[in-house]
Design a protein around this ligand. Structure first.
Ligand SMILES: *[C@@H]1O[C@H](CO)[C@@H](O)[C@H](O)[C@H]1NC(C)=O
Ligand SMILES: *[C@@H]1O[C@H](CO)[C@@H](O)[C@H](O)[C@H]1NC(C)=O
Ligand SMILES: *[C@@H]1O[C@H](CO)[C@@H](O)[C@H](O)[C@H]1NC(C)=O
Ligand SMILES: *[C@@H]1O[C@H](CO)[C@@H](O)[C@H](O)[C@H]1NC(C)=O
Length: 408
């Protein structure tokens, strides 16, 4: 901070020789020289000058505003995007400067934090200790996210790289887990391979959103995470409709269930058969923005992967004529434990009403729905294992569905 004496001297100087000083502020910031007193225009903004020559208020503002630039996103050499800030602002945030931006007037600033920290900075990256090296685990690792301003409604959480231990063979996240609490959106306890997933969590007024990763030290596993925390203003075009845990835009896309993967869970279930990748107690909606000129949406299981719709039943007991085919598909009243819901669909192949909105089993027949908004619901119960489950679930992986919007 400037001392009061310096402040007055500086103020007088600026008032007396405004035109020449404009360039000095600007130039110092470009040069990155630490010329104390002339490089700190951020402080000029945050200090209210109450009397300079008898005039009230922010007399320095006209000069300060000349060196302002938009705090836009800037890209960096590594996988993390930064925000274009003044060098001083970046230092105050304990950010890392990765280059210049705004035609060299700003610094590309990456704010990255790990366990036990708090942030109110947009685009903060929450990483595992020592990222990208594997993290051995230890005490719960938390990050508290406060809104960066009162106009923020939602936190978009990008799981850029998030690999935790698999659930136990019955789908419980007991070894590792990630929880997100404090928001208005209920986020299930998750674990396993979550890279590439994005969730949207509504802020509950001014209440902080807390993210906690628990990783059991005693279980050796190469876990790591790099999570981007994007604060979305209430009027931001990228904001998800309230309550949608996931939100997709675009005419086509692929939607994976949490921890969907192309290999079986190597952890055995309680009944000592191959475990599940499907996570227990899910109950959420995936929203898809209806694009202009599109009136319906069609879903199919990802081709070339027989496991891409395995929600209930015995994957290991099913042969290739069943797995991923119409024979493996189950729907309606036979889907009571784990299922997806697609409102009022028609079967694509026949153009006839499906007569049900629930789908489960070991295969998925392509369907189309004109019900709006476009939402796919996902439900699992508390047991993804074979013990005491009817039908027994063995080695289910969840789903990987493609969607395609249909023109009006
Ligand atoms: C500056 O003054 C304005 C209006 O008097 C006030 O709202 C604001 O909080 C003050 N800022 C600081 C940093 O003191
Ligand atoms: C946060 O950053 C994202 C991506 O750069 C941007 O879309 C969003 O508007 C920013 N939020 C605020 C409040 O500036
Ligand atoms: C960086 O920004 C670009 C453009 O907005 C985006 O496509 C990309 O996903 C971002 N990368 C990360 C790591 O946030
Ligand atoms: C920056 O780091 C210092 C020293 O570790 C800490 O006291 C301060 O709270 C940090 N500031 C922010 C904004 O995280």
């Amino acid at each position: 901070m400037l001392s009061r004496k310096w402040w007055l001297v500086l103020s007088a100087l600026v008032v007396a020789a405004a035109a020449t000083n404009i360039h000095r502020f600007d130039q110092d910031d470009i040069d990155g020289e630490d010329d104390e007193g002339f490089d700190e225009y951020d402080e000029f903004e945050s200090n209210n000058v109450t009397s300079v020559g008898g005039r009230k208020g922010k007399i320095l503002f006209p000069f300060v505003s000349i060196v302002r630039f938009a705090n836009t996103e800037c890209s960096t050499a590594n996988s993390m995007n930064g925000t274009c800030l003044a060098r001083r602002e970046c230092n105050n945030l304990n950010g890392t400067i990765t280059g210049t931006c705004a035609t060299r007037r700003g610094r590309c600033c990456v704010v990255s934090r790990t366990c036990g920290t708090t942030t109110n900075v947009n685009n903060t990256y929450f990483t595992s200790p020592g990222y990208p090296a594997a993290y051995a685990g230890g005490p719960a690792c938390s990050m508290i996210v406060n809104r960066c301003n009162a106009n923020i409604c939602q936190l978009r959480i990008d799981f850029l790289d998030l690999v935790l231990a698999q659930p136990d063979g019955d789908g419980n996240c007991v070894t590792d887990s990630i929880s997100v609490t404090g928001g208005n959106t209920i986020v299930p306890l998750l674990c396993g391979d979550l890279t590439g997933q994005t969730i949207f969590v509504d802020f509950n007024g001014n209440t902080a959103i807390t993210i906690v990763v628990t990783a059991t030290l005693a279980t050796t596993f190469a876990r790591r995470w790099n999570i981007r925390l994007v604060q979305l203003g209430c009027d931001c075009p990228g904001i998800a409709p309230n309550g949608c845990l996931q939100y997709y835009t675009g005419i086509t896309g692929t939607i994976n269930s949490f921890n969907y993967g192309t290999a079986a869970n190597t952890v055995l279930s309680a009944s000592l058969v191959t475990g599940t990748r499907q996570i227990v107690n899910l109950n959420y909606g995936i929203c898809i923005r209806m694009e202009a000129g599109y009136c319906a949406i069609q879903y199919s299981q990802v081709a070339g992967d027989a496991f891409s719709f395995t929600l209930t039943g015995d994957v290991e007991g099913a042969d290739n004529t069943v797995l991923g085919t119409q024979l493996g598909a189950v729907n309606g009243a036979n889907c009571l434990t784990d299922f997806v819901v697609i409102p009022n669909p028609t079967v694509v192949a026949t153009a006839l009403a499906a007569g049900t909105d629930r789908f489960c089993g070991l295969g998925f027949v392509p369907v189309q729905s004109g019900a709006k908004p476009f939402v796919l619901y996902v439900v699992t119960n508390a047991n993804e294992g074979a013990t005491a489950a009817t039908p027994p679930d063995i080695a289910n992986r969840g789903f990987s569905l493609t969607y395609t919007q249909i023109a009006c």
